[in-house]
Design a protein around this ligand. Sequence first.
Ligand SMILES: *[C@@H]1O[C@H](CO)[C@@H](O)[C@H](O)[C@H]1NC(C)=O
Ligand SMILES: *[C@@H]1O[C@H](CO)[C@@H](O)[C@H](O)[C@H]1NC(C)=O
Length: 451
Amino acid sequence: MILKCIILIFLYSSSNGQLLETLGNSFLQTVNTITGEAISSVVRATSAGSMSSTRAVGRIGSFPTVRNHNNLVDTANFLPQFQAGLQNEDADLPIMALVKKYGYPIEEHLVTTEDGYILTLHRIKGNGSTLFLMHGLLGSSDDFVLAGPESSLAYFLANKGFDLWLGNARGNKHSRRHVSMTPSEGIFWDFSWHEIGYYDLPAMIDYTLDYTGEKTVKYIGHSQGTTAFFVMASERPEYNEKISLMIAMSPVAWMTHVKSPLAHFMAPSGPAIHAVSKAIGIYEFLPEDNFIKTLKTNICGVGAFADVICGNILFTLAGFDYAQLNVTNLPVIFGHIPSGSSVKQFAHYGQLVMSGDFRYYDNGPVRNIRKYGSEVPPSYRVDRITVPVCLFYSESDWLAQPEDVHTLYNKLPNVLDVYKVPYSKFNHIDFIWAKDIKRLIFRRLLFLINF
Ligand SMILES: *[C@@H]1O[C@H](CO)[C@@H](O)[C@H](O)[C@H]1NC(C)=O
Ligand SMILES: *[C@@H]1O[C@H](CO)[C@@H](O)[C@H](O)[C@H]1NC(C)=O
């Protein structure tokens, strides 16, 4: 019997730690030989899915639901606007065709990392300075063109003449190749954003510099695109020389104050998530319908609106701000997102929530000693980041809360700008798709790039 790991993550998290007790302590030690029978007994033991999830939400009752008095939804207009968007062919156009449709020259480049992953870079060629854009968790290079011709960051910057390079992390839909492994093998998915920062970003940045003959790029990252940057610039400090400016939109490093209910679902599991998924041999994050359904009811409520919005895992994870949501554009976004990730990316973020530190992946004490020489994983040395960093954050961002951004700010040695979006409901995904993104984000961003 094959179960998608996410169900187990969910059952474990929502059982409030009881799953491991149910299994007995021997579970983690014998994880490599776990049988289908053991898994089904766990599922039987905790099979009241929605009940346990209600308990879990109750336990973290101080966390927000997607719809609340602060985030009023115009239910009467929602469906008609959404349905109008369903006719939009952009929902089905792959990025190459989509960008060409709007008249921009786009190229595809392939880059192989030191550890063998084959990544796709998309370039929108321009005569100006070189910018490197990096997407967030569950995203891809598509993210930067999905707001449509009027509001997409890539088009905005291309209109100004910049030479744009859009990265794609291993495991997303554009980067599912490796010199010797395939995505159907569990081992392909044995990475978190640590490896994205340590291997993928350096490979893509070196390629960009070689190809253009430039000495430096300016880096713009969203969410995980910032986390991976902080890993790279801490752990491979020579890359600080290759980047002249970093704009961090919704920077995620310290995560103690994270509000996302889904992030909290993931958090208690830590190494257990990884152990369980390893046992089953499925490392790709593939949320099950049942899992989404249960979460949806708890976080979004019921009805057509909840079905549409929280049917997409990114919105369930990050929440949204109705006032800035371009409902007509949702079908286009849904046509391209989620783009794929490993379970370990979630597990590593969950560990940050629990540990209150920004540090290496926790493999459990024994393996940590073997890998890192200490029982506790080492912290990332963000004090080694010499690139001038600009932090863009907002009050209502479920994943990058002001307190956590402040911690990061205190640890970074060279912060050039700290910009709090002057609109209190601005949320995580508004940084890429908000209706007023030009006024609230692009203006400041352009000023800093030209600074
Ligand atoms: C660079 O490109 C921009 C936008 O396409 C154009 O307006 C500008 O004239 C170009 N500059 C040069 C020096 O070619
Ligand atoms: C909202 O989405 C529609 C459909 O993609 C698009 O035509 C429109 O320009 C978007 N509005 C803004 C403000 O970007």
